[in-house]
Ligand binder design. Structure first.
Ligand code: ADP
Length: 492
């Protein structure tokens, strides 16, 4: 792991510009925005924002790539290019990880253990799909007494706008880019203004990997400006968005005007259900990881911790002990296990939620404040004796704050789990095999994990329902979401 200064030098050496049609776009008239280090509160670098003309050029370049060699290329070629990109990202994994620590504030081990391996695996997984865009042959009824041959083909959906959040920008970019590129689409990537650095590095590597010009375009900028230009552009054929429900609504409304298909991943209030028969030591570890990983800035964070009443006090005590072991600090210090939140607004928001929890009657079992140091830190916090109707149990906090709620029996556990506006992920802790499968079937969530924290794997479809969004990324479903099925019927 490099240190902060070396990583800052690396960050400043990146072209802080839009990447369009294979070139970095220098435009004197464009606005810029500062990228802030969440630990020192200083400016890391200043990035040129993509304006209307640049976004338009990006969509045009992408269209050319889809209509040209890339969209018509043999899948084997696209698979090769994606594998080359995977190799290049893997070779620079430490740089990506350091940039992500600097940009997002997460401790150095996390991107090395999670984000980068997942990014590389995602590119490799979809490299394998690129030559398997198969259609089906469907028996049909015939036409005027003649036989018919009907079949389907899958075509790339076209120009895909990918809008990513700041919590795991590298990995979530890969979730959107890899299936789109495998399908023969071209992408306009709008990275998060709070953490755009790794998307710039990705653009550099895409060019090195030999992706044809225009296949991947990166348009940095703020949501209300560049983001809006992207979702309103008539040349965009699909929007893949990960972020908040509020912004998701803006994206969906813009998409509705042209019936542009969308994939929306909008976060959650995911339950972690701990039954009395669980291995409590293992469950406590998993629950703590589920809410504290990435400072709790995870769409699938297990922020509603439902615990069987007979083990409730014991379990809260275990959680408090684990929180006490968290080392809050500089992501570049080897011992750090939790870093800073992304920005001052997020820090304020998380602290306000903690106060709200307190005023609604929850007990702050540990944490509950910002440490006395610069940077946007918040202590790991458990709000015990919470109820499912408290605001802290209903709204996504996106910070290291878990609401711990007791339940009396299995039926109530499932009711509480499903009594939420969100439905993204759930975790079940039990040693009872039947109960594990039964509850997994009854819990409303796109992904359920049993006795482990939501294992990520690009082979598994990912997404939610209700306020958590619509559609699936990853796996076969993620590939299909970047294609259109066309039927052909031949009258024989
Ligand atoms: P957060 O509130 O956690 O920052 P957002 O949903 O606002 O999450 O941001 C996720 C992504 O959506 C970011 O890349 C952001 O720039 C982008 N974004 C924000 N507002 C808009 C908008 N009006 N149109 C398009 N993209 C937007």
């Amino acid at each position: 792991m490099a240190d902060r200064v070396a990583t800052q030098t690396l960050a400043r050496a990146l072209p802080a510009l839009p990447f369009v049609g294979g070139d970095w776009q220098e435009r004197a008239t464009s606005q810029t925005f500062d990228v802030i280090d969440p630990v020192t509160e200083g400016t890391i670098t200043t990035v040129t924002e993509a304006d209307a003309a640049t976004v338009d050029a990006a969509v045009t370049a992408a269209r050319r790539a889809v209509d040209g060699d890339w969209g018509r290329s043999d899948g084997t070629e696209r698979g090769r290019a994606l594998n080359r990109l995977a190799d290049l990202v893997e070779a620079r994994a430490d740089d990506f990880a350091d940039l992500e620590s600097l940009d997002v504030g997460k401790p150095g081990f996390e991107p090395r253990v999670i984000d980068l391996p997942q990014t590389v695996a995602t590119f490799r997984h979809f490299a394998g799909w690129a030559d398997k865009l198969e259609g089906r042959s469907i028996p049909t009824a015939g036409y005027m007494g003649r036989r018919t041959l009907s079949y389907t083909v899958r075509r790339p959906v076209g120009v895909v706008a990918a809008i990513t959040p700041w919590n795991s920008p590298t990995m979530i970019s890969a979730w959107k880019l890899a299936p789109a590129l495998a399908a023969g689409c071209a992408v306009v990537l709008k990275p998060p203004e709070d953490a755009p650095l790794t998307s710039l590095l990705l653009a550099q590597l895409a060019a090195e990997a030999g992706l044809p010009a225009g296949t991947l375009n990166v348009v940095p900028g703020r949501g209300a400006t560049t983001g809006n230009l992207v979702i309103d552009h008539p040349g965009v054929d699909k929007i893949s968005f990960t972020g908040s429900p509020e912004t998701g609504r803006i994206v969906a409304a813009a998409a509705a005007r042209r019936f542009t298909p969308t994939t929306l991943e909008l976060g959650g209030k995911s339950p972690q259900i701990v039954f009395a028969d669980a291995d409590l030591a293992q469950a406590a570890q998993g629950v703590a990881v589920g809410i504290f990983a990435n400072q709790g800035e995870v769409c699938a964070a297990g922020s509603r911790i439902l615990v069987a009443r007979e083990v409730y006090e014991e379990f809260v005590a275990r959680l408090v002990e684990l929180a006490a072991g968290v080392v809050l600090g500089d992501p570049f210090d080897a011992g750090t296990t939790m870093g800073a939140l992304i920005n001052s607004k997020q820090q304020r928001r998380v602290l306000q939620y903690i106060e709200l929890g307190r005023s609604e009657g929850a007990r702050v079992a540990c944490g509950g404040a910002a440490p006395d140091r610069p940077g946007y830190f918040v202590q790991p916090t458990f709000l015990a004796d919470a109820t499912n109707s408290m605001t802290v149990a209903r709204e996504e906090i996106f910070g290291p704050v878990g609401a711990v709620i007791p339940f009396d029996d299995e039926a109530q556990a499932v009711d509480l789990a499903n009594d939420s506006a969100y439905a993204l992920a759930a975790t079940i802790w039990t040693t009872d095999l039947s109960r594990a499968h039964d509850v997994a079937g009854r819990v409303e969530a796109g992904s359920v994990a049993v006795n482990g924290w939501s294992p990520l794997d690009p082979r598994l479809p990912w997404g939610g329902s209700k306020l958590s969004g619509q559609g699936r990324e990853l796996g076969r479903a993620g590939l299909d979401a970047n294609t259109q099925e066309k039927t052909v019927t031949v009258v024989l």
